[in-house]
Design a binder for this molecule. Structure first.
Ligand code: BT5
Length: 260
């Protein structure tokens, strides 16, 4: 077996973070890094424990959707977090921003964000963020943040994409090493989490990368379809939509899809 470039040793070397990635668990294949992280969180894993794999047999997006990643092609990473109730809603902001910054560091191309959780390169989806949590009442027991980034893959190999997709290698015309990207992601995650925890307005940095603002949008939130003009985002990443009658609605990022 060829050793993976995402082995624990490769990722720990020179990482220098305080908590994100202090423990790293690599597996050649897993159903989903989300489930491995969740199980570990239940068993008491510390904040920042990272799970990474070369292949997922049941990789998922939000709302039961699939995340496709041919074996060895992608960065598939989940991290155990133990946020306060106040921080929890900001995790999608933290993850999106960290993914965009890490991609920029590796690819030298500006990454943009599509509300609520897509990472784009040149207008196409290159990655996604998934936040799942368990709660006792309103208090989060833990959260698992999953990030998938298309690194070395032919976007045409993806079968079920709803939105145009791309990869770092496709945009750059050359393969991209995954370990430096993974390390950049862990460092940016830690830094952005600490900023958010300290009450810094990370949503402003996130907003500056959003391609969704100042556009007509259709947002599906459960059974409701909200149509209007996307005017802003709030500090928790909620999308502020002005409806045709002039009223403002804030759509919470958690479990909705944008249709335009
Ligand atoms: C996401 O969901 O974009 C979040 C994806 C998170 C994946 C990571 S990988 C590590 C961790 N372990 C997991 O099991 N998951 C996380 P969503 O916004 O629901 O987008 C899913 C949709 O994106 C699918 O329905 C497809 O249309 C499309 N899609 C699937 N695979 C894709 C890919 N590789 N690149 C671009 N689009 C893709």
């Amino acid at each position: 077996m060829t050793p993976s470039d995402l082995s624990e040793q490769a990722l720990l070397r020179g990482l220098h973070t305080q908590f994100v990635g202090r423990t790293i668990h690599y597996a050649q294949a897993l159903p989903s890094t989300q489930d491995a992280a969740r199980e570990a969180a239940h068993a008491g894993a510390l904040e920042g424990a990272v799970f990474v794999t070369d292949e997922q047999t049941a990789g998922r997006g939000r709302l039961g959707r699939r995340w496709e990643a041919p074996a060895g092609s992608s960065l598939l990473l989940s991290v155990v977090l133990r946020p306060s109730a106040e921080l929890y809603p900001k995790l999608l902001i933290v993850g999106g921003l960290a993914a965009a910054l890490a991609i920029e560091g590796s690819a030298g191309l500006r990454a943009e964000l599509k509300w609520p959780n897509d990472v784009l390169l040149r207008g196409k989806k290159v990655g996604g963020v998934l936040v799942e949590g368990e709660f006792a009442g309103a208090e989060p027991l833990f959260a698992v943040m999953g990030i998938g980034i298309n690194v070395n893959l032919d976007p045409q190999a993806l079968r079920e994409v709803l939105y145009p997709a791309t990869s770092l290698s496709h945009e750059l015309g050359a393969p991209v090493p995954r370990a430096p990207l993974a390390q950049g992601l862990m460092r940016h995650l830690e830094r952005t989490l600490l900023q958010a925890r300290a009450g810094e307005p990370v949503h402003r940095l996130w907003r500056a990368r959003l391609v969704t603002l100042d556009r007509e949008v259709e947002v599906r939130a459960g059974a409701e379809l909200i149509k209007g003009h996307a005017v802003d985002v709030d500090a928790d990443g909620g999308l502020v939509v002005r409806r045709p009658d002039g009223s403002l609605t804030i759509v919470v990022a958690g479990d909705v899809t944008l249709q335009t």
